[in-house]
Design a protein around this ligand. Structure first.
Ligand code: PLP
Length: 355
């Protein structure tokens, strides 16, 4: 069953002027209600943790479908940085890792931490990343959508260049999954935090790991929840087969809210959300005299915008002195009009013009 985006907006109670999903997403009623019920059960001593725990598997299955891979190759973790740390520990000594020059820290520091064993991190601009991939690169580790600028990388092109160079492709899809169709099968690992475009509380990250990469990866942070029966005590770790052996024990309440939320994203359909988000982002760009883009995140250098937004109660953010607004399933044309109205008379600075 697919749900029309405008009909689906009835699932949210968002005050006008929220343009900051790139920082955190807002819960649909199904996620919110499930969370309140679990909190009430917790408070009264009527909770059944096994049911809360089960939510992580429900969410895992949704995530696998959303990125087009088998559920057996998906692990459930906590943060992107922790997931990347697990992956980074598996690369050989002396590897060279290519990131973008505006990569978010959670996909930089975990690689840089291996400097003591000869791992080097190099960077290239998003638009020249593919040209920078050569035989000297062992790992390409990029955000699919950049959090600072909204730039969307061409995953098929990055993946083809990396494969030709014999490099691993590791993707942070945190700013993508939920609005941009993602084919994780083009990667060796594809990790996404769920608290932005998948609209859950913070605390959950899912990650696809290819069967080939799984052969190199150790379950460095696994505990009881990554193990099969009789898993609480004893010296012998009998871990699950597949990527589930990399699970971190789940943050119950985040997953309780996440499970119905990811199912709703599936029911609405990422293609429909993509069209909706992009249409609003491009309406905003047009209003500022900018050319259409390919991202739900719009970054623009508009001097004076922050003050205008604050006065109009529009919640957005600033990155490197630029305005960053983002549009998601619950955003409306009224939000676009509100934002453009607040900016009336201000002129975006063109790239390269004097500051
Ligand atoms: C691209 C990207 N990755 C990851 C994160 C969050 O990382 P972590 O889960 O390590 O806090 C963010 C948060 O802004 C982000 O923009």
């Amino acid at each position: 069953m697919t749900v029309d985006v405008i009909d689906a907006q009835r699932n949210w109670d968002v005050d006008p002027g929220w343009l900051n999903t790139a920082s955190f997403g807002l819960p649909p009623r199904a996620g919110w209600d499930a969370l309140q019920e679990a909190l009430e059960q917790w408070r009264s001593g009527r909770g059944v943790w096994e049911e809360w725990q089960q939510s992580a598997d429900t969410g895992r299955a949704s995530f696998a479908r959303l990125v087009g891979v088998g559920v057996e190759d998906v692990f459930a973790g906590s943060t992107v940085s922790a997931a990347m740390a697990l992956i980074a520990a598996s690369i050989p000594d002396g590897s060279t890792v290519l990131v973008t020059d505006i990569e978010f820290a959670s996909n930089v520091f975990p690689w840089a931490a291996h400097a003591d064993r000869g791992v080097t991190v190099v960077a290239a601009p998003v638009e020249r990343l593919v040209d920078r991939i050569d035989d000297g690169i062992d790992v390409v580790a990029i955000g699919l959508v950049q959090s600072a600028t909204g730039q969307v990388s061409d995953l098929a092109a990055v993946s083809a260049a990396a494969r030709a160079a014999g490099a691993l492709v590791i993707v942070d899809a945190t700013q993508a999954v939920g609005w941009l169709p993602v084919d994780a099968g083009l990667t060796d690992a594809c990790v996404a935090g769920t608290y932005k475009w998948l609209m859950t509380p913070r605390g959950a990250t899912f990650g696809y790991v290819s069967p080939q990469l799984q052969e190199l990866m150790s379950p460095l942070q696994s505990g009881w929840s990554a193990a099969v029966d009789d898993r609480y005590y004893g010296l012998e770790a009998r871990l699950f087969e597949g990527a589930r052996r990399y699970d971190q024990a789940p943050t119950w309440f985040t997953h309780v809210a996440a499970a119905p939320t990811l199912e709703l994203v599936e029911a609405i359909g990422v293609e429909a959300i993509h069209r909706h988000d992009l249409a609003l982002a491009n309406a905003f760009r047009a209003g500022l005299g900018m050319a259409p883009g390919s991202s739900a995140i719009v970054s623009a250098d508009v001097p004076g915008a922050e003050e205008r937004f604050a006065a109009a109660d529009i919640r957005a953010s600033a990155r490197s002195g630029r305005l960053r607004v983002s549009f998601h399933v619950y955003s409306t044309q009224a939000d676009v009009d509100l934002a453009l109205g607040a900016l009336e008379g201000l002129v975006p600075r063109q790239p390269g013009s004097a500051s």
